[in-house]
Ligand binder design. Structure first.
Ligand code: MSP
Length: 644
């Protein structure tokens, strides 16, 4: 039986940490999951799509205390942002799980006890290198320095060897069972290169895993031993069970477990491909079919992450261009197993060339011709000729290939396949030149046939693209004069002839306006309004304020950043050294205006790369209707003087 015709389909995304705001990387995993979930529904499966947030643990505890918030307050804020973003991106999840929900906590405790009773969880002594200042155990691969200590990679302080009582999971006992399972289920980890990575890691030997902490308070406590908190990964992975009804809704659970696919980024592969199946084996659950590890979106060749300050805020794109161009770009640009560099030029090119030109124009032209020549309704047609038949057959083939590619998670291949069919349709029109036939009444039936074949082919395209671009394809479906909602059509039911002779099409409206690189860059230079509002509402503690190093800086050099309207690159003397800073002020100040001027700067802001230039700080200026106004100090104020 073809994979796509299976009845139930359970798909998950990782649950996202709430110490970070959502960025393109998180959106990517969720968009892949959404496209697959929508595809599976159209392929006839009953789908459950789970996403959510990972709210416990030290990271969240620390991020909250830095903001002067309780962890749950921070979680509530960030959850709101995730949910809003998923709505804006048209993510059709069925359930949003939060690990702070009581049913999840109860479920995790129940499984913990079960494994403890079975002897797979036992109490022992954990020994590790502990950083007192950061309150955490250093990863094992941090080297031991001469003198027998390690250096904390986060704060650079010395870490000492510490022992504490904790609970362990007997991971070592599962090494052979895991290897055996991988061998029998080669599709458990995909793509195959990732499976090799996992197998060779397990072959090197597995140590028992410490799965509780006494140093972290923000988490689920160990039943009957509340000084111990369950390790955040043990807690989080079980969301895949509790989110689908474990210990809460047996019918739902039995229907959908085991999961068909856990979609994850490659950085969390070991947790999902080694720990997770071992936990499941221990507790007697069947194992998921596939863990799919996708690649990363990079910027300037490094992984986007908040700590690097190089994240791309999806709202910037969403506000100006909408969800579908972004969804299309992310899924089309790279095969999902590989890494990809996000470039503005790449995005603009894809939108203009693929969406506006190839697809948008085709739909626009075809509907316009049907309106102009037949009042929107083709009634009379000639027999199908060789070329017409070829187009019809191509559409069948395209549909079948698209189904196969979607089924094997090859989303970019599915899109390539659709685009080569779009080129075929465009060629069919160019070869037949219907606009010339329209002048000759005797060719009316032939003209009808050509436009009918074209619009039928377009309808297949629209349907195949719906999982990737649901909003615009729903509009296109409506323009084609369809009455049944697109979600009610199915891949098995979709036929070329489904577009009826006599079907009334609507007048076209542009679906994908062309975009300009300049708009995009300007968008990014100005921070999103929403961020501004939220920042405005955030309260900082005095402690937090004190951590900001604000000083007087003297501008010793200034030049415009090439290819931009607003950006100036400044060299700023901050008293102790000179720093490069990039500021979006060129629309108000010229380089000459700025030379020798003294102004307030923040110097301990994480550097960020802006248009290829590393900005090592930020100048402070008022902003009035998007334009900067800088307050300069008297010339006798020395560079480096603190600003309080
Ligand atoms: N909370 C854990 C997951 C627990 S699942 C039981 C976690 N959260 S995360 O918020 O840090 O990351 C979630 C996902 O986002 C990961 O799959 C990660 O790979 C993905 N991405 C984060 N940055 C990314 C890119 N720059 N590019 C693509 N995906 C990346 O890990």
């Amino acid at each position: 039986m073809a994979e796509s015709s299976k009845r139930y389909f359970y798909i998950t995304t990782p649950i996202y940490y709430v110490n970070d705001v959502p960025h393109i990387g998180h959106s990517y995993t969720t968009i892949i999951a959404d496209a697959l979930a929508r595809f599976k529904k159209l392929a006839g499966a009953e789908v459950f799509f789970l996403t959510g947030t990972d709210e416990h643990g030290q990271k969240v505890e620390r991020a909250a205390s830095e903001k002067g918030l309780q962890p749950i307050e921070l979680a509530d804020q960030v959850v709101g942002r995730y949910k809003k973003l998923w709505q804006d991106l048209h993510i059709s999840y069925d359930f949003f799980i939060r690990t702070t929900e009581p049913f999840h906590e109860k479920g995790v405790q129940k499984i913990f006890l079960k494994l403890k009773d079975k002897g797979d969880i036992y109490k022992g002594i954990y020994q590790g290198w502990y950083c007192i200042s950061d309150e955490y155990y250093l990863p094992e691969d941090v080297p031991i320095e001469e003198g027998d200590y390690k250096i904390c990679p986060d704060c650079g302080r010395k870490a000492g060897l510490v022992s504490e009582e904790c609970y362990f999971f007997k991971l070592s006992a599962y090494q052979n069972r895991l290897l055996d399972f991988y061998q029998k289920n080669p599709e458990f980890v995909r793509p195959p290169s990732r499976m090799n990575e996992v197998v060779s890691f397990v072959r090197q030997g597995l140590k028992d895993l410490s799965i509780t902490r006494t140093t972290v308070k923000w988490g689920i406590s160990v039943p009957d031993d509340p000084d111990h908190t369950i390790y955040v990964w043990f807690d989080a992975l079980h969301n895949y069970l509790t989110g689908i009804g474990y210990d809460r809704d047996e019918t739902l659970f039995d229907k959908f477990w085991p999961a068909n696919v856990h979609l994850i980024g490659k950085d969390i592969l070991r947790f999902h491909a080694i720990f997770w199946p071992a936990f499941l084996m221990a507790a007697g659950f069947s194992l998921p079919q596939t863990v799919f590890g996708h690649g990363w979106w990079l910027r300037d060749e490094t992984k986007m992450s908040k700590s690097k300050g190089n994240v791309l805020d999806p709202h910037l794109i969403l506000r100006t261009f909408g969800a579908d161009p972004l969804r299309y770009f992310l899924l089309r640009e790279i095969p999902i197993g590989l890494d990809g560099n996000f470039s503005h030029e790449g995005f603009v090119h894809r939108v203009n060339s693929d969406l506006a030109n190839d697809l948008g124009n085709l739909l626009q032209r075809t509907l316009t011709m049907i309106q102009n020549y037949f009042d929107g309704q083709i009634r009379d047609i000639s027999e199908e000729e060789e070329g017409d038949r070829a187009l019809r057959q191509d559409s069948e083939k395209t549909k079948d290939n698209v189904v196969q590619f979607f089924d094997s998670y090859a989303l970019s291949r599915a899109l390539e396949e659709i685009w080569s069919f779009i080129s075929r349709i465009n060629k069919y029109l160019a070869d037949n030149e219907p606009w010339k036939m329209a002048k000759d009444k005797s060719l009316e039936q032939r003209l009808g046939r050509i436009l009918l074949q074209t619009v039928r082919a377009i309808r297949v395209v629209v349907f195949c693209l719906y999982p990737v671009m649901p909003e615009s394809m729903t509009k296109a479906w409506d323009l084609l004069g369809e009455h049944k909602p697109i979600e009610e059509e199915s891949f098995s039911g979709l036929s070329f002839e489904g577009f009826q002779l006599d079907q009334q099409v609507k007048s076209p409206v542009p679906l994908f306006p062309r975009i300009d690189l300049k708009d995009f860059l300007q968008e990014e230079d100005t921070q999103s309004d929403q961020d501004k509002k939220e920042e405005h509402m955030d309260v900082v503690t005095f402690e937090e304020f004190k951590r900001m190093d604000l000083r007087v800086g003297e501008i010793t050099a200034a030049e415009k950043v090439e290819g931009t309207d607003k950006l100036i690159k400044l060299e700023v003397d901050i008293g102790t050294e000179k720093r490069t800073m990039v500021a979006g002020i060129a629309d108000v100040y010229s380089a000459e205006d700025l030379l020798g001027k003294k102004l307030a700067v923040i110097v301990n802001l994480k550097p960020a790369v802006i248009r290829g230039v590393e900005s090592q700080g930020m100048i402070l200026a008022a902003e009035v209707e998007g334009r900067a106004s800088i307050s300069f100090f008297e010339s006798n104020i020395p560079a480096g003087a603190p600003v309080r």
